[in-house]
Design a protein around this ligand. Structure first.
Ligand SMILES: *[C@@H]1O[C@H](CO)[C@@H](O)[C@H](O)[C@H]1NC(C)=O
Ligand SMILES: *[C@@H]1O[C@H](CO)[C@@H](O)[C@H](O)[C@H]1NC(C)=O
Ligand SMILES: *[C@@H]1O[C@H](CO)[C@@H](O)[C@H](O)[C@H]1NC(C)=O
Ligand SMILES: *[C@@H]1O[C@H](CO)[C@@H](O)[C@H](O)[C@H]1NC(C)=O
Ligand SMILES: *[C@@H]1O[C@H](CO)[C@@H](O)[C@H](O)[C@H]1NC(C)=O
Ligand SMILES: *[C@@H]1O[C@H](CO)[C@@H](O)[C@H](O)[C@H]1NC(C)=O
Ligand SMILES: *[C@@H]1O[C@H](CO)[C@@H](O)[C@H](O)[C@H]1NC(C)=O
Ligand SMILES: *[C@@H]1O[C@H](CO)[C@@H](O)[C@H](O)[C@H]1NC(C)=O
Length: 478
């Protein structure tokens, strides 16, 4: 029994480590999508100028070329349907129309994301696409849209089983495919009816929880499932903290694969509700778990700390690693130094990276700085139980993925527009050379800082700040 289940595990491992999209609904999102979405910072206050000025700023800050290429327009852009039933954009907000926005974004080197809803209305009470899927997909394609975020409000009760929900979402998937235009399909159904069980053959990503809000671990009654309920936690809610979403994802994050990702929701980095260590932890975990990375802040007023989180090449190289294997939680313990919300726990996550490297993240969600440790036996548990894996019987170099983070003074000079040419030693240009090729060439920007080694059968020990992480790439002794 044990032998055959181990064999099955190896087969799943090999399958899920194919570099090509595993469930090819299209050729997109082979690594998790990166970009910006206006919702977290602007909600319904959308217009052409916001999108285009944000795109220009993202390019000027060097963030387009580290990979943030999708500019996603969220809800509230529409003005209902015309007599023929075609969706109309609001000309007060988009005076030159959507095709113009797409053309401008494309000429700036970006891709254009659009929003609609698998219901009668969008969440902001604009016209939804339920029953209009073919016509709306054709409209989006005619506007040269590259991405569709597809929400779940006002769905007329068409949920409650995986069959009902998946059919509702598949209708739009098929309609997008029929347009002949490659459009990344981002399902936003909040984890309802367990999309990680079925959405791989329908979408490029699916939201697995209720909406994030800008808090590290504050509980909120409107996001009632804590994650301790595990898999069968159906009520999505909203106002979900970063820790809440992470603890839900732990049970099923392994269902992600190239072309089909669990989406932990947009980033809150830069929105002000978390401190620097908390934002680093939020960003690190979203990268480690291969969530799409959509910035959710107002990049036009970004501060130096946020820039030096969002542009960290060594962490982005984990997100965009060609193996596409999400980190898995190896252990979780509650600790007694809880914070004002009564929350306190520590966790260790690890996962496969390209070139035989291994990711390790020590997460300290306790309320004080502590020394944490991880054994090679736990880090490589999936390669053989109880320390029997060959990977445990050899030494590894430890690369700290935050140690070479851009300093605040340099980040400030980028924001002020007077950076020296020195700044390039902090930026990886993925437009020029993909992360895959850069990793294969051992580009030092992508590898963090070599800070130590761990011997065979050894233990890694790191000091980890309150509400923070230590994030490491292990590489075989050369
Ligand atoms: C349509 O679906 C087929 C089969 O999954 C896929 O090979 C093709 O690339 C898709 N086309 C588009 C435009 O998404
Ligand atoms: C936490 O506190 C409880 C109750 O005082 C105690 O029994 C337990 O050993 C403590 N745990 C740790 C990890 O310190
Ligand atoms: C948690 O840590 C913060 C920051 O160090 C401190 O201000 C607060 O008093 C601590 N909370 C508790 C409940 O110990
Ligand atoms: C590793 O961490 C555990 C739990 O935090 C602790 O009990 C143990 O003493 C640590 N071991 C080492 C070698 O530091
Ligand atoms: C860069 O620009 C900022 C804001 O305009 C200014 O305060 C700072 O002195 C400038 N630094 C250099 C080195 O020119
Ligand atoms: C560039 O960085 C190096 C190393 O930190 C430093 O010595 C040099 O002064 C910097 N040059 C400029 C123009 O800032
Ligand atoms: C990145 O490389 C591309 C292609 O070589 C180039 O056009 C672009 O200007 C570079 N970006 C930065 C920020 O240097
Ligand atoms: C990259 O580094 C690894 C490990 O040190 C080595 O095996 C490999 O040959 C290197 N690749 C290149 C292109 O230098």
């Amino acid at each position: 029994m044990r032998g055959s289940s181990l064999f099955a595990a190896i087969a799943v491992f090999i399958l899920s480590h194919s570099v090509e999209a595993l469930y090819p609904i299209n050729d997109l999102a082979v690594t998790p999508a990166m970009g910006w979405d206006n919702w977290n910072a602007f909600g319904c206050s959308v217009n052409e100028n916001l999108l285009l000025s944000t795109a220009e700023k993202i390019a000027a800050l060097g963030l387009r070329d580290v990979g943030y290429q999708y500019i996603v327009l969220d809800d509230c852009w529409s003005l209902g349907r015309d007599k023929e039933g075609k969706l109309q954009y609001d000309p007060a907000k988009f005076p030159n129309g959507m095709k113009y926005v797409a053309d401008q974004l494309h000429s700036l080197g970006f891709r254009f994301g659009m929003y609609s809803d698998a219901g009668t209305y969008t969440c902001g009470h604009y016209a939804g696409s339920l029953g209009h899927e073919t016509q709306d997909a054709e409209t989006f394609a005619s506007w040269d849209v590259d991405y569709l975020k597809y929400d779940n409000c006002f769905n007329e009760g068409l949920s409650g089983t995986a069959k009902i929900t998946s059919e509702r979402y598949r209708t739009m998937s098929d309609a997008l495919n029929a347009t002949g235009r490659s459009i990344l399909y981002s399902m936003c159904n909040w984890g309802e009816d367990y999309p990680w069980k079925w959405a791989q053959t329908i979408a490029n990503s699916w939201r697995m929880s209720g909406d994030i809000y800008d808090s590290f671990d504050r509980p909120d009654p409107r996001c009632p499932c804590t994650g301790d309920e595990g898999y069968e936690c159906a009520f999505p809610g909203f106002h979900c903290s970063a820790m809440n979403i992470l603890n839900k994802a732990a049970a099923f994050i392994h269902t992600s694969a190239p072309g089909a990702w669990n989406d932990l929701d947009m980033l809150e980095v830069g929105n002000g509700g978390m401190d620097d260590e908390e934002y680093k932890a939020h960003f690190s975990m979203w990268a480690a778990l291969k969530s799409p990375l959509l910035m959710g802040n107002d990049v036009r007023v970004m501060d130096a700390k946020s820039l030096s989180i969002l542009n960290n090449p060594a962490v982005l190289a984990v997100s965009q690693d060609p193996v596409g294997s999400p980190a898995i939680r190896r252990w979780r313990y509650y600790v007694n130094d809880t914070d004002a919300y009564g929350q306190g726990e520590i966790q260790m996550w690890s996962g496969r990276l390209s070139g035989g490297d291994q990711l390790v993240v020590l997460l300290n969600a306790g309320n004080s700085t502590r020394s944490m440790n991880a054994t090679l036996a736990d880090i490589f548990y999936d390669f053989g139980p109880e320390g029997t894996a060959p990977e445990v019987k050899q030494g590894w170099d430890i690369h700290d993925l935050w140690a070479n983070r851009m300093d605040y003074a340099t980040a400030q000079s980028v924001l002020d527009g007077n950076a020296t040419s020195n700044v390039t030693r902090f930026y990886y240009n993925s437009t020029k050379t993909s992360y895959k090729d850069g990793l294969a060439a051992n580009n030092t920007l992508l590898l963090g800082k070599l800070t130590g080694t761990v011997e065979a059968d050894g233990v890694i020990e790191m000091e980890v700040p309150r509400h923070g992480v230590a994030m490491m790439r292990l590489r075989k002794h050369s």
